[in-house]
Design a protein around this ligand. Structure first.
Ligand SMILES: [Zn+2]
Length: 248
């Protein structure tokens, strides 16, 4: 079935001497992979079209396994992302997470829109950590392992103070902390609220959220540990991001 599909390229792999296999996150059919014939010939139109993070309109022959990319037009190449090593690293991180955690041919328009707007934010702004975390939390919800951040995981208590427990998968009230996971990390009122906010509001509101640097770092560390416990897949792009942060 030949279809015209809008989407973003989230992964490219070489395939033989001349072809590429690309993975597209699309509005219409979710994530899918397609062969792009001749895309490794440097001067071909296909080569320019099949770069990471290109948002385009693609004409694709869809099949259940490997689809075939016939042609397409780039609508936004996110050049400012590809020209900046930090922006590239963050975009690669959310793209890899999406590739690992989304099922193929399972459309989710909300998540697709959040992904596209997060890329837009990364391309136009300097603060990259918070929008990335916001998208990650939405993706974890979709994948079924998002942390519980609106009440105590164990007893449903909704009043502060809370700690964050990796093993229990979310917030613990002070009573449950001492009986279940005394090692859980104590959160300030602000950080617990922030966790809730970042999980529930869309990227459209990222401009209204201000976060202190030390809280960004804390959230990042908690989410990394959380992902290691529940996420399951090794992420090459996260290693790159961590190395870049060490250089800063
Ligand atoms: Zn409790």
């Amino acid at each position: 079935m030949l279809e015209k599909i809008n989407g973003v390229i989230i992964k490219t792999q070489d395939y033989s001497e001349t072809h590429k296999i690309i993975t597209i996150f699309s509005n219409k059919i979710g994530k899918f992979t397609a062969i792009a014939r001749g895309a490794k010939k440097p001067k071909s139109r296909m080569a320019a079209l099949t770069q990471p993070f290109i948002y385009g309109e693609f004409l694709v022959y869809i099949s259940k396994g490997l689809s075939t990319l016939q042609q397409g037009d780039s609508l936004n190449s996110f050049r400012s992302i590809r020209e900046d090593i930090f922006k590239t690293a963050y975009a690669a991180y959310i793209a890899e997470l999406t590739d690992k955690l989304m099922d193929s041919h399972s459309p989710d328009y909300y998540l697709y829109e959040q992904f596209y707007k997060t890329l837009q934010w990364i391309s136009e702004n300097e603060d990259l950590e918070i929008p990335t975390i916001m998208y990650e939390l939405k993706l974890y919800q979709k994948a079924g392992f998002a942390p519980i951040v609106d009440c105590c995981v164990n007893c449903g208590e909704t009043n502060h103070p809370f700690s964050f427990s990796i093993q229990e998968g979310g917030l613990l009230c002070s009573k449950c902390k001492s009986s279940i996971d005394p090692e859980s990390i104590q959160l300030s009122f602000g950080v617990a609220k922030l966790f809730y906010l970042l999980s529930h509001v869309g990227i459209e509101q990222v401009g209204d959220i201000t976060v202190k640097n030390k809280n960004k770092q804390l959230l990042r560390q908690l989410l990394d540990a959380y992902y290691d416990h529940f996420g399951g897949y090794y992420l090459k792009s996260r290693k790159v991001l961590n190395q870049l942060h060490l250089l800063q």
